[in-house]
Design a protein around this ligand. Structure first.
Ligand code: OXD
Ligand code: MN
Length: 589
């Protein structure tokens, strides 16, 4: 049982929660192995989780969410600020009073017959000046156990908090799981989050998107730092020097794969190594030396299972072999393990699909795993995890990369002219829908800095904050744009991607050190063909030329689309509008 601190703010708030939701019991999560084991056993008894094969998947569990509750619900996610303007044109908005009037009644008595778990957690290493504390109350054991993987949780956090009232109040109940009454509400002025009627990760594990991005982006603006939807990766060269890169990509662009990239053999032989610091979220601050430093506030991976296999991402797969919770994948009843599309070519014959129906992978016509099925795995299980993940100071950032999926527009890589142009490039970030995810292929979706669903305030102000940060950083990281998905006219990918992206990262880091050449183009600085190491790559003749081509006609269309998008923002900084004008002028030259 946790040792409760003498903390009036905390104890009063927990009492308020108890009075509102009337659970039968309140259990504080101290994070001890003994307590976690008790919770796991309880979850197995209630049927919420299933213990997997202890020899093949030690410490691993299986969970199914409700079939109507399998993804983040952006249309039910709100920023609750006094004015609509503060939430901006890209967020759903309610005033705090409206939100409370609508949603408070749903919480009344919602935990009757249940236990309320109280989870003290730290986003970032406990005690680091980079870190922030949250307290989540929930009636879901699955959420409690998942939070203990995804964050640093338990007694040490309470001890760190002491008597301080400086914590984010995170209220969660799975309620009735009714989709009509599902709400994910953020109150940035009170540092609080309310989520009800969902048990799905992105809606219920509040440390992740709700706190570490939406609330943290507001805190960052207030306090002079940034919360970004970015992976953090370290590239170690043969001399043993490691340089760190942050990269933002909209979903389905391979963020986890880039964070855990395995360099081509040619690089491995020379001694290059890749170290993962984070795969989803970066908190960026200016260090005492004036440089930009990043920490990963999370302590685990909440990764999409389908497509994760020994070929695509062996490091992610290895991370899931121990102490992992799998949600909505296929159960292999023969050996009590799990399977998903893309894991291997050996689906179980005697299985159960994500809905619990008998499923034979050899004859099935439907997919067995839900496309957004997930693994919740500790960072420590990843073979290429960086020894800096727990460093309270974070890692110094040399380069920031934005990327999207663009069949014809963006070249393989370009460098922005300067920080302001780089912020413009980030604001213009877009990705095209794929056959796998959308009816219509190739529809451009604008997703500035990959933060569209995660920015907790007016995005015009968010862009301004990026510009202000640039003024304050001493050695500003260079900002790049990449596109691994460029296609030829027949729709074939021109670039192999995956581990070979290392070749692009090498140019990026060499540019940061002034060791590589680049040439001007209307959109930014491009490598010449000879500046990229393509040794051993079987590219089609002409592919490299095409990969590094800027088609002015296509870009003029891009400018039109961007003008429409910019028109939505009445708080768009002048400097970015000027960047758009300048791009148009360069394209006309
Ligand atoms: C995620 C997302 O789950 O971005 O990381 O949707
Ligand atoms: Mn994400």
């Amino acid at each position: 049982m946790a040792n409760l601190p003498d903390n009036r703010a905390l104890l009063d708030w927990i009492e308020e929660c108890r009075t509102l939701m009337t659970p039968d019991e309140v259990e504080w999560v101290d994070g001890s192995e003994e307590q976690l084991e008790r919770l796991r056993t309880r979850a197995v008894q209630t049927g919420e989780m299933h213990r997997l094969n202890p020899e093949l998947l030690p410490g691993c569990y299986y969970h199914r969410s409700h079939p109507t509750d399998v993804a983040r619900v952006e249309d039910r996610t709100f920023i609750c600020t006094p004015t609509r303007e503060e939430a901006g044109p890209t967020n759903n908005h309610m005033t705090p009073d409206e939100a409370r009037a609508k949603v408070l009644p749903l919480y009344k008595g919602c935990m009757k017959g249940r236990t309320m778990y109280v989870i003290p957690y730290s986003m970032g290493p406990i005690g680091s000046e980079f870190s922030k504390i949250g307290i989540e109350v929930t009636d879901s054991i699955y959420v409690a156990l998942s939070m203990c993987i995804m964050t640093r949780a338990g007694q040490a956090v309470l001890d760190q908090l002491g008597s301080s009232g400086d914590f984010v109040r995170c209220l969660h109940s799975k309620g009735t799981l009714s989709p009509e009454d599902r709400y994910i509400l953020h109150f940035p002025e009170e540092d609080s989050i309310w989520s009800i009627n969902s048990g799905y990760g992105g809606n219920a594990l509040q440390g992740k998107k709700c706190f570490a991005l939406r609330i943290a982006s507001v805190l960052g603006r207030r306090e002079g730092w940034m919360a970004e939807h970015m992976l953090i990766v370290g590239i170690e060269n043969p001399k043993g020097e490691t340089k760190y890169i942050c990269a933002a990509f909209p979903s389905a662009c391979g963020k986890t794969n880039l964070a855990m990239l395995i360099p081509p053999e040619l690089y491995r032989k020379k001694g290059y190594k890749v170290w993962t610091v984070g795969d989803d979220i970066a908190w960026l601050r200016i260090g005492a030396d004036g440089r930009l430093y990043a920490t990963n506030p999370e302590n685990g991976f909440f990764g999409v299972a389908p497509g994760t296999g020994a070929k695509t991402n062996p490091n992610a797969l290895a991370a899931t072999r121990k102490n992992t919770i799998f949600t909505n994948v296929v159960r292999n009843l023969k050996d009590n393990t799990v399977w998903w599309e893309g894991l291997d070519k050996n689906p179980p014959e005697f299985g159960e699909d994500w809905l619990g129906n008998p499923w034979n992978g050899k004859t099935a016509t439907e997919k067995g795993a839900q496309p957004n099925s997930r693994f919740t795995a500790p960072l420590s299980g990843c073979p290429c995890i960086s020894d800096k993940v727990d460093d309270p100071a974070g890692v110094p950032i040399s380069a920031i990369i934005f990327g999207g999926r663009r069949a014809h527009t963006a070249p393989l890589v370009f460098e922005s002219f300067d920080w302001t142009h780089g912020v413009f490039v980030g604001s213009a970030l877009a990705s095209e829908t794929t056959a796998a995810t959308q009816g219509k292929i190739g529809v451009v979706r604008r997703d500035p800095m990959a933060m569209l669903p995660f920015c907790g305030y007016n995005m015009g102000d968010y862009f301004a904050h990026w510009l202000t940060m640039g003024d304050k950083i001493k050695e500003r990281p260079k900002i790049f744009h990449v596109n691994w998905f460029r296609q030829d006219d027949e729709g074939n990918y021109l670039w192999p991607g995956f581990g070979d992206n290392m070749r692009v990262l090498e140019w990026v880091l060499d540019r940061c050190e002034g060791k590589a050449e680049a040439v001007d183009s209307p959109v930014g600085l491009l490598p010449r063909e000879q500046d990229l190491n393509v040794e051993g790559l079987a590219l089609k003749p002409g592919a490299l030329t095409e990969l590094l081509t800027v088609d002015k006609a296509v870009w003029k269309e891009e400018v039109k689309g961007l003008r429409e998008f910019y028109a939505k923002f009445d708080r768009m900084p002048k400097a970015l509008k000027e960047q758009l004008d300048q791009l148009e002028t360069r394209l006309a030259e």
